[in-house]
Ligand binder design. Sequence first.
Ligand code: FES
Length: 141
Amino acid sequence: MSARMRLTSVETVHEDGSWLFTVRDRHGELEEVLLVPCEDGVEAWINRCTHEAQRLDTGCGAAMRDGQIICPRHGSMFDSCSGYCDNGDAAETTLPDVEIAVDDATVYLTDDDLSYLHDGGIEESDRDDDSGPSSTSHISF
Ligand code: FES
C-alpha cells in the first residue's frame, strides 16, 4: 500500500483529547488505533493495554492526565509521547505503535501493515466477514 490515508487534523486530536479509528492488519485481524496529543504533535498507539486485553478508549475518548493515557481497568498510565508505562500492573511495557505522518497539520496513516476501515471503534458490521451466518454479505477482500 503506497497511498497514505487522511485521518483527521492535529487540532481535532488536541481539542478532543484523543481520536479513535479502526484498521485491519495484514492477517485480516481488526484493531483499534488511538491518536493522542503529544506536545505540539500527535502519536498513534494500538488501543489496548499491555497488561490485559483492555481498551484504553472504550468508545467515549481515552482518559488522559498530565500527558498520560490512563488504563480504565487497573489504572496504569502510559506516556502519550513514548507509549511507555512505568507504573502499576503494566509497568515496564510500551504500547505497540502505529506509523502515522503529520503534514500541514493533518494526520495521515502511513503504516503499510494496516488498512484504514473507518473512524471510531470496531463495529459489529466489521466482523461480518469472519463471524459466519449473521450476515448475507459475502464481500471478500
Ligand atoms: S488492564 Fe491495564 S493495567 Fe491492567
